[in-house]
Design a protein around this ligand. Structure first.
Ligand code: AMP
Length: 362
């Protein structure tokens, strides 16, 4: 936790994640009073007092969704499928979906007792951090990368093998639904997510492109959290993706350039200075018509203006030259294919609209 004392001697903690905040908002604003499930999303910066390293920062961004209200395995499958689809849509094709189950209050306590008994018999293998965890938070041993702890875990009991009948049935149904829609997963008996609030389904999405910090995102079901915060018991499931990690993975794959570039905008260039006031007027009109428009305010030469189009990522340049202007026309150059056409000023918005629609279809 990123905790500090402010000038009023109050202890403040910056939010490390959003699910708890979403749950509090859900209760405070009585969102459960409407038709369930309630589906919410967020995008924001989070803070954790971690040792910074590649892909791990003290301030980072997450985007996430929460679906509150349904206990059905289909809600889990829907949320997982959305996370997978989102990652694929960013261009990352090689993410791995790891799937697990943390059981529930029926089966988890007995499992944890068995785990502690088992690991205690091999406690000499555990690292100095994990030995006390046997008492306070034994599931966390599964998160440890220490070779001794990994060795101790090989033969240790795994939650997915000790689920009660209901949890097992839920897990089977989630898997079947994912199979039905072709979402590929690996059941990972070692998958234990860091937050204590999870029940049943947990999942993580990893990318080989990322090195040690390879998790792109993760999530799971948290059927007790709303009640733990004082709300009416409400089952829920959600995920969070790490935005910086997504960007790192896209860069590592070299796929940033392959992602379809949407229409980005219009640049209005002038050949001679006396066309600048017309350029400003056209820019204002086109912006009102919904176009994203840039023009030069630095008295640059035409050559330098054309260079700016690249930097700004414009897809179309409107050139106002003296010859065309005398005919009430401008030249419209499509930067994607280099084609040019003379367009009457009165038709400019219509022409650009047609180009924009064509680009969207690409
Ligand atoms: P968590 O709920 O802790 O698994 O976080 C969800 C995702 O947020 C992780 O899979 C990472 O992609 C990202 N994330 C978590 N902590 C950090 C951090 N310190 N720096 C950057 N990204 C992070």
């Amino acid at each position: 936790m990123y905790t500090f004392t402010d000038r009023g001697d109050r202890s403040l903690t910056l939010r490390p994640e959003m699910t708890a905040s979403v749950v509090r908002a859900f209760i405070e604003h009585n969102l459960g009073g409407q038709s369930l499930p309630v589906k919410l999303y967020y995008f924001g910066n989070m803070f954790r007092y971690e040792r910074p390293q590649a892909g791990r920062y003290r301030e980072f961004w997450q985007l996430g969704v929460e679906s509150l209200g349904s206990p059905e395995p289909a809600a889990d499958a829907e949320v997982i499928t959305l996370a997978v689809k989102y990652i694929q849509d960013t261009g990352i094709q090689k993410a791995t979906l790891l799937l697990g189950s943390m059981g529930d209050e029926q089966c988890r306590p007995a499992f944890i007792r068995g785990l502690v008994d088992d690991l205690s018999s091999r406690s000499e293998l555990l690292c100095d951090d994990c030995r006390p965890r046997l008492e306070f938070n034994p599931l966390r041993v599964f998160d440890c990368k220490n070779p001794g702890c990994r060795a101790a875990l090989v033969d240790a009991p795994k939650m997915v093998d000790h689920l009660c009948a209901e949890c097992n049935d839920h897990f089977d149904q989630v898997k079947r639904l994912l199979d039905d829609v072709g979402v590929v997963y690996q059941v990972d008996p070692m998958l234990v997510r860091g937050f204590d609030y999870y029940t049943r389904t947990t999942f993580e999405l990893t990318s080989d492109e990322l090195g040690a910090q390879n998790a792109l995102g993760g999530g799971g079901r948290y059927d007790r959290l709303v009640a733990d915060y004082g709300g009416k018991p409400t089952p829920a499931v959600g995920f969070a993706l790490g935005v910086e990690r997504l960007l790192l993975a896209v860069e590592a794959l070299g796929e940033g350039d392959n992602i379809e570039k949407p229409y980005t905008g219009v640049y209005i260039a002038v050949v001679e200075d006396d066309a600048r006031s017309l350029a400003f007027k056209l820019a204002t009109e086109l912006r009102s018509a919904g176009f994203s428009v840039e023009l030069d305010h630095m008295a640059r030469s035409l050559r330098a203006q054309m260079k700016s189009t690249d930097r700004l990522g414009a897809s179309t340049v409107v050139v106002i030259g003296p010859d065309e202007l005398s005919k009430g026309e401008v030249t419209v150059r499509n930067l994607a294919d280099g084609t040019e056409s003379a367009v009457a000023l009165a038709d400019l918005a219509g022409h650009l609209g047609a180009v924009r629609n064509d680009n969207k279809k690409v």
